[in-house]
Write a protein that binds this ligand. Sequence first.
Ligand code: ZEM
Length: 294
Amino acid sequence: SAANSSEVSPTIANETLDYQKIYNQIADILEDNDWDDGSNGPIFLRLAWHAAGTYDKESKTGGSNGATMRFAPESDHGANAGLKHARDKLESVKQKNPAISYSDLWSLAGVVANQEMGGPTIPWIPGRKDADVATACSPDGRLPDASQGPSHVRDIFYRMGFDDREIVALVGAHALGRCHTDRSGYHGPWTFSPTTFTNSFFKELLDRKWVDKKWKGPKQFVDKESGDLMMLPADMALLQDKNFKVWVEKYAKDEELFCKDFAAAFHKLEELGVPRSGNEKNLYSKQQIYYNEL
Ligand code: ZEM
């Protein structure tokens, strides 16, 4: 059970939901996965990221508010291939808590995934509202294209409002999960511990010799020594660009710094485009780790 239920959930406007309870229910289905590496954590995190990473700071459109990925055409965007697994899995939690919006549920699932896989505490604020029409969908092409290099990666994340340091920190999430040929077309995990939040993405990126994978699939890299790890062209961009590389080196050396920067950048990502009154700061909620404390 949640031994630490003393942590009180915030009350927003007229709505009172026990977010720690919902957090725990998400944690309870994290291991309800008999493929991949036995955890829904990585795909929950990818869902939260793709829901939020559509933000455009100029037009102030996109972002996690709205949960527009429920609808076509956004659900069918190539970048979102496979995320139906995550949305369907989270439906059981929505059924138990009809009052939570999908947009809050998905962003909270990103926090649960990070924290329960051993990552840093991420402040989370509820209050997102779902859009109810498909016309609110984000246009295609707002999420990064894995086949591209530094300037594309920078353009995509600058459009959201991130700087180079934040970009590198965020991509460090590739310590988790893997690529699936039936989803993105790429294959394999980035690290040997794909269900544990660590700085090993940066260590592997720096320390291994990366060679072209010899196969019929899209261009990707494989580590020469074991042949078991992978990098996307867009991951290699972090080595090719000297302003990115500085942060790869710092995070490879200093896991604490990476955790701190990741938590701040991920919180910022989940807030993009969410209407706030400015009074929410004192309602920051730190949902407590559930499994790790059993
Ligand atoms: Zn990812 N990501 N990502 N990413 N990502 C994949 C998987 C995962 C890029 C990308 O093209 C891909 C961020 C940034 C970027 C996760 C989290 C975050 C996959 C494989 C691709 C192709 C999908 C598949 O086949 O299942 C690119 C180009 C990025 C920026 C340059 C950021 C930022 C993330 C979170 C903060 C995670 C956790 C996965 C693993 C999903 C899984 O199912 O295992």
